[in-house]
Write a protein that binds this ligand. Structure first.
Ligand code: HEC
Ligand code: HEC
Ligand code: HEC
Length: 450
């Protein structure tokens, strides 16, 4: 080794050791002392009630409840590109849950993604958004969780490969990507807009699904809301890149987010159905605030996509003669509902209004065609049968190509056969991880009005 190379190697070693020491210093968090479980009577009922609504806005139960399992007892596998992480038990069980956590320990988990013992938590728990939640709201969430039924249940071990199985590595991730207080009130905007911004950027963590992620799983802030992935679904772009054939307005967003359906946009399905199901149970004013804020986000200078409802509908008359196999499947299996005379929403919207067909990603359309739209238990709701058993991959891909050509102005999708095969394979996964929307999409007339 030449002398200069040796010096460089020496410097590199010193830098490495220094970095490791700094990383350790930054990474280390003390444990917070355990408390005796306070018991439900220790909390004010009004505070608990508010915590209940906040927990619904934060979708806590969707990730922390296994289908058919006890509420908040954890154990749901959350798949990530790095492996599977299981959600934890957040009931007040003293041994396997958070029964011995003080409010300070809970707040630290929400703020900084550190558990009571001082270990770093994976950002699958969306604390990169929850860092914006106020102390007051954390107090209400804590009161709500500590008054739930304690359940004894330990989650399975995470299945992650090296180095992702090292919790210390999360400290490095945080150093690179975790920003605190990313939400600042804007005094130029209304109180309603500010409330919406606070919820969207914080507890409601809309960006966790709708913002694309980088190679290390962090949201790409510069591409906020331009479309992301969740559980084999595409969470559409909901900013100015939205492909919705009819632009979203605050009123349409309010209806869709609260009732799971709007005549210009159809239903919310998959992971979004669960979001809507939660939002249908919280104060309408909070959903309205979210809609008002998001309408501003998607309301940037409208691009060519923005066309009135009539123009989108007129396109539906356009015949696409090139794909006769797809056309005959559509005529036989779909048109009777989607062009039928039954009233909306039971018939299914005209497909030229569907973002699923205009989206750059065909996965949602494949999911809908194969699995259909499930009925909502105990409510009169739109239903569409699944076609997984009655169509082979060839037929399904001819149909999807036809729908794309006839009902959108977007370029042909490539690799549809693979998308369809993947959608078939993962059907079983939705069945496991989705508890099924509890009250959406549903008959808006039946929904209790606030
Ligand atoms: C997208 C899924 C998801 C959502 C939504 C979610 N969590 Fe979690 N949460 C997780 C996962 C996964 C973990 C485990 C992370 C780990 O092991 O590092 C976790 C961990 C936690 C922990 C740490 C518990 C412990 O024992 O270490 C708390 C507290 C918590 N979540 C509370 C909440 C609350 C409160 C909400 C709603 C406001 C919520 N979570 C919403 C997925 C989620
Ligand atoms: C757990 C992941 C997840 C979260 C959290 C989430 N979404 Fe979604 N969202 C989706 C998915 C997936 C779809 C596509 C659903 C479909 O195909 O019906 C969607 C669809 C939508 C649509 C329809 C877009 C269109 O053009 O059809 C809107 C609007 C929307 N979401 C807004 C929101 C807002 C606002 C929030 C926060 C309050 C939010 N979403 C939170 C996953 C999510
Ligand atoms: C029994 C009636 C029925 C049949 C048959 C049917 N659908 Fe549906 N479809 C519905 C209903 C109801 C919905 C949910 C309401 C909505 O989104 O419009 C729906 C939703 C959809 C959506 C989502 C629209 C949106 O919200 O973005 C697509 C895409 C779709 N159907 C395609 C098809 C295709 C393709 C076929 C034929 C293979 C088909 N449907 C057959 C009733 C039906």
């Amino acid at each position: 080794m030449r002398a200069s190379a040796r010096i460089i190697a020496g410097i590199a070693a010193v830098v490495l050791i220094a970095t490791a020491a700094t990383a350790f210093a930054i990474a280390w968090r003390p444990a917070i002392a355990t408390i005796d479980p306070p018991g439900p009577q220790a909390f004010d009922t009004a505070l608990v009630k508010r915590g209940r609504d906040l927990a619904a806005i934060g979708n806590c139960s969707d990730c922390h409840t296994l289908r058919g399992g006890k509420n908040f007892a954890g154990g749901l596998p959350v798949s990530t590109p790095f492996g599977t992480i299981f959600s934890t038990n957040i009931t007040p069980d003293p041994d396997t849950g958070i029964g011995r956590w003080s409010e300070a320990a809970f707040r630290r988990a929400m703020r900084s993604g550190v558990n009571r013992e001082g270990q770093h938590l994976y950002p699958t728990f969306p604390y990169d958004h929850f860092t914006n939640v106020s102390d007051e709201d954390d107090r209400a969430l804590y009161a709500f969780l500590m008054t739930r039924q304690p359940v004894r249940a330990a989650p399975p071990e995470n299945q992650l490969s090296f180095p992702f199985n090292q919790r210390l590595a999360i400290a490095g991730w945080k150093l690179l990507f975790l920003r605190h207080d990313t939400h600042r009130p804007d005094p130029k905007q209304s109180a309603e807009w500010n409330r919406g911004a606070y919820l969207v950027e914080g507890l409601a963590h809309c960006g966790a699904c709708h913002t694309p992620r980088n190679a290390l799983g962090a949201e790409r802030v510069s591409a906020q809301f331009s479309g992301g992935d969740v559980d084999d679904w595409h969470a559409y772009a909901i900013n100015e890149q939205s492909r919705s054939p009819v632009p979203w307005t605050a009123d349409a967003l309010f209806a869709y987010l609260r009732e799971g359906w709007h005549p210009d946009h159809g239903t919310a399905r998959g992971p979004m159905a669960k979001v809507v199901s939660n939002l249908s149970s919280v104060p309408a004013s909070d959903v309205r605030a979210i809609a008002v804020y998001m309408a501003g986000v998607s309301d940037k200078p409208a691009s060519a996509r923005a066309e009135p409802n009539e123009a989108a509908l007129a396109r539906a008359g356009r015949a696409a003669q090139t794909n006769s196999a797809g056309a005959s499947i559509y005529a036989a299996a779909c048109a009777s509902c989607h062009e039928g005379r039954r009233p909306l929403p039971y018939s299914g919207v005209n497909l030229s209004l569907s973002t699923a067909i205009s989206s750059p990603d065909p996965r949602n359309l494949a999911n809908i065609v194969l699995s259909g739209v499930d009925a909502v238990e105990g409510e009169r709701s739109p239903i569409m049968p699944g076609f997984a058993a009655s169509m082979n991959d060839e037929q399904a891909s001819a149909l999807l190509n036809y729908l794309r050509a006839r009902f959108s102005e977007q370029p042909t999708w490539t690799d549809l056969k693979k998308t369809i095969a993947d959608a078939r394979r993962t059907q079983a996964v939705f069945l496991q991880t989705s508890p099924g929307p509890r009250n959406a999409p549903a008959d808006p007339q039946q929904r209790e009005k606030p």
